[in-house]
Write a protein of this length. Structure first.
Length: 341
């Protein structure tokens, strides 16, 4: 089995701790956005003003309310677990709550968590665990159709856009599957491949396994990772692009970000550069790859500027430009269907 498949006990308490940057709390935010019915509340340390707009709870309060899993809703750079978080994790495990992590650091690295889980019978669940092995990518043409979300940076809406596109395509009766490539997507979909945990040589092969042959009219919507122009994560993005072999892609962007998040010395690429490099590299595997539009996270723009900004970009590139949370993705779906004829 090439996919990482999980079945988590619900409902969840989302752990934020002292992470106060929304970008690094995208796991919790994604679960709250797409699975709100599964969330009892959030746990954040005193003084942390970041909120997912769900009730604040202690571990004890959440357990009394019926929470079955403490989910790490944070993904800081490097994926490390801080020592001062462990007390909270131990408390949750002692009360029988499973501990769910999407970070690179495996929970079993901490003897106190292993011992507490063993005593209570709770589980330590590492979502970022790929299959033991994948083949090297082949580049062979596969049946079916594929759309990949790409970005000018990390955390610009690739997952949200892929989920919203999947929803919009299904609403129009189009046979579609969301293919998760990150820990949050896997938690939402229940399966996928944590692509950035795969050994680099096998990333494209893993992407091929994620999106195998399918019916000729079927669309796989593949969640993108990182950016092909990113100084730290481009290797993952390029391997995912080659292995996904997309027929179409959507560029995701955050317009107020001048430098890459967490990389203050690296300017954020613009949309034109992202399109250019995605086409250049994507044509190696699929000569017919095409950009069908843009998806912009306008949340940080003043409300009065959001729709005009989308309109200006659409005119500039002569392509649909949406914000999935503001306008939906119907314009992108229409362009995708038009260009697929």
């Amino acid at each position: 089995m090439s996919l990482t498949t999980i079945q988590l006990k619900t409902p969840y308490l989302i752990f934020l701790g002292d992470v106060d940057n929304f970008v690094f709390a995208k796991t919790g935010a994604g679960i709250v956005q797409w699975c709100p019915e599964l969330v009892k509340g959030q746990l954040r340390f005193a003084g942390n003003n970041l909120s997912l707009n769900v009730p604040d709870m202690t571990v004890q309060e959440a357990a009394k309310a019926g929470a079955k899993s403490l989910v790490l809703g944070v993904a800081p750079i490097g994926g490390q677990i801080k020592d001062h978080w462990l007390r909270i994790f131990e408390e949750a495990l002692a009360l029988g709550m499973d501990l769910v992590s999407g970070l690179h650091y495996r929970l079993e690295r901490f003897p106190s968590l292993v011992a507490t889980a063993k005593t209570s019978g709770a589980q330590l669940i590492n979502v970022r665990t790929p299959a033991p092995s994948f083949s090297v990518g082949t580049g062979k043409k596969r049946l079916g159709k594929r759309l990949l979300t790409v970005g000018t940076d990390c955390a610009v809406g690739k997952k949200y856009t892929a989920l919203a596109m999947t929803q919009a395509l299904k609403e129009q009766g189009i046979n579609t599957t969301f293919r998760a490539t990150g820990q949050t997507g896997i938690m939402i979909a229940g399966s996928g491949i944590p692509i950035d945990a795969v050994i680099t040589d096998f990333v494209s092969g893993a992407a091929e396994a994620l999106s195998p042959d399918n019916d000729s009219s079927h669309w796989d919507v593949i969640e993108g990772q990182g950016s092909i122009l990113h100084p730290g994560y481009a290797a993952v993005s390029l391997g995912l692009l080659h292995g996904s072999q997309p027929d179409a892609f959507v560029v995701c962007h955050e317009p107020t970000r001048l430098t890459m998040e967490g990389f203050p010395n690296t300017a954020t690429p613009n949309i034109a550069q992202c399109i250019e490099y995605t086409l250049l590299n994507g044509r190696i595997i699929n000569p017919n790859i095409r950009c069908i539009g843009m998806s912009v996270n306008t949340a940080r723009l003043p409300e009065a500027e959001q729709l005009p900004y989308l309109s200006r970009l659409s005119q500039e590139f002569d392509l649909p430009c949406v914000d999935p949370m503001l306008t939906g993705c119907d314009d992108l779906v229409a362009k995708l269907m038009q260009s697929s004829k």
